[in-house]
Design a protein around this ligand. Structure first.
Ligand code: HEM
Ligand code: SF4
Length: 552
């Protein structure tokens, strides 16, 4: 894992001292809220419906057990004993008192954590495949490049006041688990015919009120050119992105307006100019140092398919189901990747209490070389587990309710905070997720339905990724009542697609029944082995539309 060096630590200490002074001046009334707002947002401190909310970055979703324990401590000591893991691999604490905020960021800085660039019109926390470095289908660990991007983009003077926020995601694998096509820049590592590795560069994806799928502007970018090329993208955006209209300010609107080809040509031109000035040099010593941080751990030899695990699988269908659903193939023989489901039926998706965070940290120390990942689907991952340890780990995960075998299934719902916390919300998201999870809690049924992704957002900003859910629910306000617009056929993976709206929004009272009718229709009309998304693509919205509005 990456560890901060003295430079990083000194920078954070300085930031903590500055913030302490800013908060003191705000509390003393020397700064008014308008003056204070940009200062707090630079440290990830928002003001929400009920209280301050602190968004803490988890770069490329990688956490150590030490950091997880510190998050648990912070949540317990200064919040209400829980945190919310988000779709951008951050964690949010919802009940922060302003006077505590400096102590909190000081406590986080001690373990190399902060909320810098988790807000504002800058390059935000760089996200990555949660299985980075361990996935069986990976070409190369994308976190090396995510970390280089983190260092390059942190406090970059030229890109601190962009037209709007800017989100970058990186994947190094065949399967896209990082939703790269709905980011401002998506990077996919790929191989050239000569065997060298580089990046496919995708620009102009995004959700929000104008969902757009990113376009490839470079099929293969050699790694050495990464910073120069991205600098060129940022310069084109910084110069031409619209600053006159908040809703048209994202790079996706620019790419849409001028077209991907023109964007590619302008970026190329800028890139040539940057190269002519000497380029953005990547110090090979620095790259080697970062590579060392992410070198694969020294895995102790472990048997592939240990007999005791296979025996338990035969004896206990619950274990077999969990293993089949919540684990993924590891690149190292005898090892496996384990997903801890933060979607226990009846709980807000993505939440974990301080006790649960500590238990996960203990599990990581015992069975995953002290490392944890956060998935953009709002689950946690233990990346380095010996297959032989699966039975013990399964029991430990079950003891804290994180072993629900629902990864990628209907109750593995992505939901934004919605009206429970968010000042921009037009409807609630979390209670809908809870009601759906309750309705579909029968595991036999859940597994008969198969892969099925529901994403819920509490307003048009789409923080819950509703456009790219197989089923998307968008909360809207109709004369003071909460309604939900339903979209079908979305996907955030290699086959990224924006869901299509089915028809008029349904009321909060009807929405769970409507989804149930939709699911029944799918089960009736699916062909053998066909997933919901495949059926949806084959038959279109019509049969589902009929069922959704049948009894409404
Ligand atoms: C609670 C306070 C939050 C506020 C005020 C907020 C605000 C916004 C706004 C205004 C947008 C639209 C940006 C645009 O279209 O230009 C947006 C998009 C988004 N937010 Fe949030 N958000 C909040 C929480 C979250 C949370 C909890 C998550 C993760 C679960 C999140 C992840 C995202 C994502 C993924 C998008 C859409 C992707 C994109 O930027 O195109 N946000 N948010
Ligand atoms: S989608 Fe809307 S309600 Fe949900 S967190 Fe984002 S801004 Fe808030």
């Amino acid at each position: 894992m990456y560890r901060y060096d003295d430079f990083d630590r000194a920078f954070l200490e300085e930031r903590v001292a500055q913030f302490r002074d800013q908060v003191a001046r705000r509390l003393a009334g020397d700064l008014n809220e308008d003056e204070f707002k940009p200062l707090r947002l630079m440290n990830g401190l928002y003001l929400q419906l009920h209280a301050y909310m602190l968004r803490i970055a988890i770069p490329y979703g990688t956490l150590s057990s030490l950091q997880m324990r510190r998050l648990a401590e912070v949540a317990q000591r200064w919040d209400r004993g829980y945190g919310h893991f988000t779709t951008r691999q951050n964690i949010q604490l919802n009940w922060i008192r302003l006077e505590d905020a400096p102590d909190i960021i000081a406590a986080l800085a001690e373990v190399d954590m902060h909320g810098i660039q988790t807000s504002g019109n800058c390059i935000r926390n760089v996200t990555a495949d949660q299985y980075a470095g361990v996935a069986a289908d990976e070409i190369e660990d994308p976190r090396i490049w995510a970390e280089i991007l983190r260092q390059w983009s942190t406090n970059h003077p030229e890109f601190s006041f962009l037209p709007r926020k800017f989100k970058i995601a990186v994947t190094g694998a065949e399967l896209d688990r990082a939703a790269i096509r709905v980011h401002d820049i998506g990077l996919r590592m790929c191989r050239a015919p000569d065997g060298s590795t580089g990046f496919e560069v995708v620009v102009g994806g995004g959700l929000g009120r104008t969902p757009l799928i990113g376009k490839t502007i470079r099929d293969f970018l050699p790694k050495d050119d990464l910073l120069g090329y991205l600098e060129a993208v940022m310069r084109v955006y910084n110069a031409l992105g619209r600053r006159d209209n908040l809703y048209k300010a994202r790079v996706k609107i620019l790419v849409h307006d001028i077209g991907a080809e023109r964007m590619a040509a302008m970026v190329d031109e800028e890139f040539q100019a940057i190269q002519a000035e000497g380029g953005v040099a990547l110090d090979p010593v620095l790259v080697a140092r970062i590579q060392d941080h992410f070198a694969p751990p020294a895995y102790a030899p472990a048997p592939e398919g240990p007999p005791e695990v296979l025996a338990l699988e035969r004896a206990d269908p619950a274990f077999a189901r969990w293993r089949a659903t919540n684990t993924a193939a590891h690149r190292e023989p005898g090892y496996v990747i384990v997903n801890l489901s933060l979607k226990p039926h009846g709980r807000p998706p993505g939440d974990a209490t301080s006790g649960e965070m500590r238990a996960v940290a203990d599990m990581a120390d015992r069975w995953s070389l002290g490392e944890i990942r956060v998935a953009h689907e709002q689950n946690l991952v233990l990346p380095h587990v010996r297959q032989a340890d699966l039975p013990d780990l399964w029991r430990a995960a079950a003891a804290i309710g994180f072993a629900t075998p629902n990864i990628g299934h209907l109750t593995d719902i992505i939901a934004c905070p919605g009206m429970d916390y968010c000042a921009l919300a037009t409807a609630r998201s979390i209670p809908i997720a809870e009601r759906l999870a309750d309705r579909f809690k029968n595991l036999d049924r859940l597994h008969d339905i198969g892969p099925f992704r529901i994403n819920i957002s509490g307003c048009i900003n789409a923080c819950g990724h509703h456009h790219v859910g197989h089923v998307g629910l968008l909360g809207v306000d109709k004369n003071g009542e909460e309604f939900y617009q339903i979209t079908l056929g979305g996907s955030a993976e290699e086959d990224t697609a924006i869901g299509r709206i089915v028809g008029p929004a349904v009321s909060s009272a009807d929405v769970v029944d409507a989804i149930e009718r939709l699911v029944e229709t799918y089960v009736d009309i699916r062909e053998a082995g066909e997933t919901f998304l495949e059926t949806c693509r084959r038959v279109g919205n019509a049969p589902f539309k009929e069922s959704i509005y049948a009894a409404a």
